[in-house]
Design a protein around this ligand. Structure first.
Ligand code: SF4
Ligand code: SF4
Length: 310
C-alpha cells in the first residue's frame, strides 16, 4: 500500500483534489472489493509500505510480539513529525535497505490478527473531519484505487460498514478515537493553546507510543508526589495496557489543553519547584567542580611547560 497516494485525503475538510477517488463516502456506500490469496497481486501492497501507527496499533503489536513498547519502537518503527510544530508520529519501519513490511511473509501478514488500523482499512481510507467549532471527529471515508491492487476487479460488493466489520476495524476505531480527537484538536489549536513545548512533545510521544515507559512514569515517586491517583485506578492501569492507554489520553488532555483530569496533591507545586531548585543546584555544583578541575589541569600543564613538572 502506498499511503502517500491518498495522504492528502486524510487532512481536515475540504478534501483537496487527490489522485485517487477524491469523494467523501459514508459507511453505507457500496464498494466492489475482495482480497485473497488467489489474487495475482498478493502481497504487492505490503511490499511498499508507508503506514502510520496509532497508539492502539502499537499496544496490540508489542503484546503480540512479547516485547516492551521501547523495544518495539526501536525495531519496528521510524519517527516522523505529524505537523509543523513537531507533533511526533511513528510509522512502520520497512526491512533493512528495502520498502517491504518486516511482517510480510509469503503467506501474507505474519501478524494478521493484530495488524495495524491502516492495513485493516485498505483500500478504504478513514477521514477524520472536524468543523471549526467542534472538537470531536466525524468519520467519513474515501476509496483508494491503485492500479496495482486487483482486488477491485473481484466480483464482490459490500458496504464500507460491512467491510469495516469484516476487517475488525470497529474495535480499532473505538480504541483509537480519543487519540484521533487529541491529534485533531492539537492540529487545529489556535494561539490560545500556544505552540507546544519540546517537553509537551516528549510527553505526547511517551503517553501515545511508549506505553511501558509511561507506566513506569506513572509509578514513579515524583508522579505520585504530584498527583492524586485513587489506589483502585492505579492498580487497574498498572495491570492493564488498555486502561493505561485510556488514562494516558486523559492525562495528555490535561497536559496539552489544561482539561482537568487528575487532582494535584496539596503542596505539589512547591515540591516540584524545590526538586527543580535542587537539580539546578546540583548541576551548578557539578559545573563548578568541572571548572576547577579544568583550571587545575591548565595550571599543571603551564607549570610543566615552564619546566617545573615531575
Ligand atoms: S502489518 Fe501485515 S498487513 Fe500491514 S503492511 Fe505489514 S504485512 Fe502487510
Ligand atoms: S488485492 Fe490489493 S490489498 Fe489484496 S494483496 Fe492485492 S494489492 Fe494487496
Amino acid at each position: 500500500m502506498d499511503e502517500s497516494q491518498f495522504k492528502n485525503l486524510a487532512k481536515d475538510s475540504p478534501i483537496p483534489a487527490a489522485p485517487v477517488m477524491p469523494n467523501m463516502l459514508d459507511g453505507g456506500h457500496v464498494i466492489q472489493f475482495r482480497c485473497h490469496r488467489g489474487v495475482k497481486c498478493w502481497n504487492v501492497c505490503c511490499s511498499n509500505i508507508d503506514i502510520t501507527l496509532t497508539p492502539y496499533d502499537i499496544l496490540r503489536l508489542k503484546n503480540r510480539l512479547g516485547m516492551s513498547s521501547g523495544e518495539f519502537l526501536q525495531k519496528y518503527t521510524v519517527p516522523y513529525e505529524m505537523d509543523k510544530d513537531g507533533m511526533p508520529g511513528v510509522k512502520l519501519r520497512a526491512v533493512d535497505g528495502g520498502t517491504a513490511c518486516q511482517f510480510m511473509v509469503p503467506e501474507g501478514c505474519s501478524v494478521y490478527e493484530d495488524r495495524p488500523t491502516a492495513c485493516r482499512y485498505y483500500p478504504v481510507a478513514l477521514l477524520s473531519l472536524r468543523r471549526q467549532d467542534e472538537y470531536v471527529d466525524r468519520q467519513a471515508y474515501a476509496l483508494v484505487k491503485e492500479s496495482t491492487c486487483l482486488g477491485h476487479l473481484e466480483e464482490r460488493k459490500l458496504t464500507i460498514d460491512e467491510y469495516r466489520q469484516e476487517q475488525g476495524v470497529t474495535e480499532y476505531d473505538e480504541k483509537g478515537r480519543a487519540w484521533r480527537q487529541l491529534v485533531l484538536k492539537r492540529k487545529s489549536a489556535g494561539p490560545s493553546i500556544g505552540r507546544p513545548t519540546p517537553l509537551s512533545n516528549q510527553m505526547f510521544f511517551m503517553a501515545s507510543y511508549d506505553l511501558d515507559r509511561f507506566r513506569a512514569f506513572v509509578m514513579s515517586p515524583s508522579f505520585n508526589e504530584t498527583y492524586d491517583v485513587p489506589v483502585a485506578t492505579m492498580a487497574e492501569i498498572v495491570a492493564d495496557d488498555e486502561k493505561l492507554l485510556d488514562f494516558a489520553m486523559n492525562f495528555l488532555k490535561q497536559v496539552l489543553f489544561n482539561e482537568k483530569f487528575l487532582e494535584e496533591k496539596p503542596g505539589a507545586q512547591e515540591k516540584r519547584l524545590a526538586r527543580l531548585k535542587q537539580k539546578a543546584e546540583q548541576m551548578r555544583a557539578e559545573f563548578e567542580a568541572n571548572r576547577e578541575r579544568l583550571e587545575d589541569e591548565k595550571y599543571s600543564e603551564a607549570f610543566r611547560k615552564l619546566g617545573g613538572g615531575d
